[in-house]
Design a protein around this ligand. Structure first.
Ligand SMILES: [Zn+2]
Length: 282
């Protein structure tokens, strides 16, 4: 298994993948980008050596180099639609029709997911759920219900590590593989889509996603719905930004803000339907 042997190539079931998504040029490209990122990280930190012996001009040069390197690395790791470290998609294509895709991260939770499912059923809307493997294990019936009601279940790692971009290669692979296996064990199918915690990147993420055959799904609209805000603010964040083809990021974890978002979700869906939008899976 790739998770047991560092960064050896492996398929979703632990066997080697031949041809198709796994190829030498892709491997080379992924590894070169991971190496380039590691080099930027090393050079940024090495620039601190310029502080000695200390002098004003050396301090200013060091400051400029360190700040530039740090900002560039943060951009690569945090920007949700940056393609450099991880190829990703933030839109859906509906062949000319206006459509949007609702996506819900971090669930399932007994606290909010059942209410969300009731809203979606009442409004006849299907959505994509990026579930956390560990939570899925504790809410098996809820995951089966998601699947049975026609929603799409995708991988949001096994334990949702907050320091995702600093995971060791072995742990990164385990987070992806265990997330896949938990969902396969409950629903009988392995997910095809992945989103990392908070959209964080990792230099080796592209490498592993291609091995397992997962596509990274980002977003174009987010409501910051885990924060406690006025309902009107949540609604406006979505309705003022949304455009045809957008993927919308929402959550069904147990935070208080999600309860507020669920309070306005029926109105948001109605308004988008009035504007002519269809709701599709990613
Ligand atoms: Zn998350």
């Amino acid at each position: 298994m790739c998770c047991e042997s560092g960064i050896m190539p492996c398929g979703g079931d632990g066997t080697e993948v031949s041809g198709g998504r796994w190829s030498i040029p892709r491997l080379r490209k992924n590894m070169l980008r991971a190496a380039a990122f590691t080099l930027i990280f090393a050079l940024t930190n090495a620039s601190l050596a310029l502080l000695f012996p200390f002098g004003l001009s050396r301090f200013l040069l060091c400051f400029v180099l360190y700040a530039t390197g740090t900002i560039f690395m943060l951009y690569l790791l945090f920007h949700p639609r940056n393609q450099w470290l991880v190829a990703n998609r933030s839109r859906v294509n509906c062949a000319g029709r206006p459509c949007v895709a609702l996506t819900f991260d971090d669930g399932p939770t007994a606290h909010h997911t059942p209410r969300l499912l009731e809203i979606l059923r009442e409004k006849k809307v299907k959505a994509t759920f990026f579930v956390v493997g560990r939570r899925a294990e504790s809410q098996v019936e809820l995951v089966r219900r998601l699947h049975a009601e026609g929603h799409l279940i995708a991988n949001h790692t096994y334990s949702h590590p907050s320091l995702f971009c600093f995971l060791t290669p072995r742990r990164l692979c385990q987070e992806i593989e265990r997330g896949q296996e938990v969902i396969r064990g409950i629903c009988g199918v392995r997910p095809r889509y992945f989103r990392s915690p908070v959209g964080l990147r990792h230099p080796l993420l592209n490498f592993y996603l291609q091995q397992v055959g997962l596509e990274y799904i980002s977003w174009r609209v987010r409501a910051f719905d885990t924060l406690v805000q006025k309902p009107q603010v949540v609604m406006n964040r979505i309705l003022h930004q949304v455009a045809p083809g957008d993927i919308i990021l929402l959550h069904d974890n147990s935070s208080a803000g999600v309860g507020i978002m669920l309070g306005v979700l029926p109105q948001v869906i109605d308004e988008l339907k009035d504007r002519g939008f269809d709701f599709v899976l990613v």
